[in-house]
Design a protein around this ligand. Structure first.
Ligand code: NAD
Length: 444
């Protein structure tokens, strides 16, 4: 998130010098090469325009802190895996180290911006660490959560629905806030730059992700009912979404949500609620994550039931491993769960993905003796009993499925975990087709 965000600021504001620093020298080396550490449509072009002009990537964190007047802290805040709050709370170790480092090396007043997604009132902790400096240097801490989505990061950054800036409502806090408003106003219309107190800003990010994930779990829960009743989830989603109070976005039934943020941020919200004794509120949001786990489990069980209750020795091709289209990111991808379950059932897996195969290899490292990774989807599907579409890559819509059908073992199955294919046509070709939340089309 930090990389693309700073790239956009450098691109839109040639008058500022932007330096991105990271503790990971490999990542910095990649940012300085032609092979960037992440894939995002449009990112390469603007890095080429700005790098060396007013955008610099460096491992010199101390120097970066000393030289900068405004510091955006975008370090990772994963779910804690140990101790109190393990599996729920945000792990704040990277973030706290950064605060201490800024405190140690700063020689002049600075505006510190929380860009990472953090529990409510974290800015207060950051203020406390920063004001413990012995030199009496003044820091203003602002909350400026980032709402970009992976796969559309550049578009979202260039044309955001809104930019949110939270500050203390003191004279100094408001002055710092106005400085950050001026940075964004270089390209974002003023009416889309909204301001609030710090705590509301921090909570808005967690709430926004919880609401988005909740829509996916809501439609996925109805997809399970559709499969029992021969209703069609696309028809239901269309009818529900055309209500202007509901809206049509984020109503695609699927294998479930993934990515590094939704689950982590909801669990963080759940942990906060439990901490404040709000158990009913915590249960409500936790169920969004539970429905998501259920949806992934259900997908694999449906595959097994359809394929005569055994997957042992069957060759199954996963179309896609990234957690969504247009990214190589596989963090918390439903594909990981699905692949692991299929391996447990002793299936043979062939994984294909245009951008995520390197990450897939890392995710399945140690358990992939029966897994092959093949970038060409035709070669990947050849000789398989079934295809499972896990990522909604556009390229899968346009494949020659007659050719694929001819190369597969019969009866051939397609499980469309993203509902992106033309199911009727696949059925006519000869496939047994199992969409999400729609009647199966089968010759059996
Ligand atoms: N990925 C997204 O789409 C997205 C969107 C909005 C918000 N966020 C939030 O942004 C934050 C970062 O997410 P990400 O996906 O970019 O994570 P990431 O793990 O890809 O990047 C974090 C980077 O911080 C570096 N880092 C860690 N400690 C450091 C330190 N002390 N000094 C300098 N660098 C340090 C790491 O080496 C890493 O390169 C999280 O809080 C996340 O919730 C992410």
């Amino acid at each position: 998130m930090g990389g693309p965000t700073m790239v956009m600021i450098a691109y839109k504001c040639p008058q500022y010098k932007v330096t991105v620093v990271d503790i990971d020298p490999t990542r910095i080396a990649q940012w300085n090469s032609d092979d960037l550490p992440i894939y995002e449509p449009g990112l390469d072009e603007i890095v080429k325009t700005t790098r060396g002009r007013n955008l610099f990537f460096s491992t010199e964190i101390e120097q970066g802190v000393k030289d900068s007047e405004v510091i955006f802290v975008s370090v990772n805040t994963p779910t804690k895996t140990f101790g109190a709050g393990a599996g729920m709370a945000a792990d704040l170790q990277y973030w706290e180290k950064t605060a201490r480092q800024i405190c140690q090396c700063a020689e002049s007043p600075k505006i510190i911006i929380e860009k990472s997604t953090l529990p409510v009132r974290t800015a207060l902790a950051m203020e406390r660490i920063l004001t413990s400096n012995e030199d009496g240097i003044h820091f203003d801490v602002l909350s400026n959560p980032e709402f970009l989505a992976e796969g559309t990061a550049i578009r979202d950054l260039e044309n955001p629905d809104r930019v949110l800036i939270g500050s203390r409502l003191t004279e100094s806090g408001l002055r710092a806030r106005d400085e950050l408003v001026e940075i964004y106003a270089n390209w974002v219309p003023r009416e889309r730059i909204i301001t609030s107190d710090t705590w509301s800003s921090e909570l808005s990010k967690l709430a926004a992700n919880a609401f988005l994930a909740q829509r996916i779990s809501s439609i996925n829960s109805i997809s399970a009912l559709c499969e029992k009743t021969d209703a069609d989830i696309s028809a239901v989603a269309k009818a529900v979404g055309m209500d202007s109070r509901v809206g049509s976005e984020f109503l695609n039934a699927s294998v479930g949500f993934g990515g590094s943020c939704f689950k982590k941020d909801i669990l963080n919200l759940v942990y906060l609620c439990r901490n404040y004794g709000l158990n009913e509120v915590a249960d409500y949001w936790e169920s969004v994550v539970q429905v998501n786990e259920y949806q992934k489990r259900r997908f694999v069980l449906n595959m097994m039931t359809a394929m005569f209750n055994t997957l042992v020795g069957k060759r199954i091709c996963l179309f896609g491993f990234a957690f969504k289209a247009n990214t190589g990111d596989t963090r918390d991808s439903p594909a990981i769960f699905i692949a692991k379950r299929l391996i447990e059932e002793r299936a043979e897996l062939v994984i294909t993905d245009p951008k995520a195969l390197d990450n897939a290899r890392i995710d399945l490292n140690g358990i992939d003796s029966n897994v092959s990774y093949i970038e060409d989807p035709y070669k990947a599907a050849s000789g398989c009993h079934a295809i499972a579409v896990v990522t909604e890559w556009e390229l899968y819509r346009d494949l020659d499925f007659e050719k694929i059908y001819r190369s597969m073992i019969k009866p051939a199955f397609i499980f469309d975990g993203r509902n992106i294919l033309d199911h009727k046509r696949l059925f006519e070709i000869g496939f047994n087709v199992f969409p999400i939340g729609k009647p199966a089309l089968t010759h059996l």
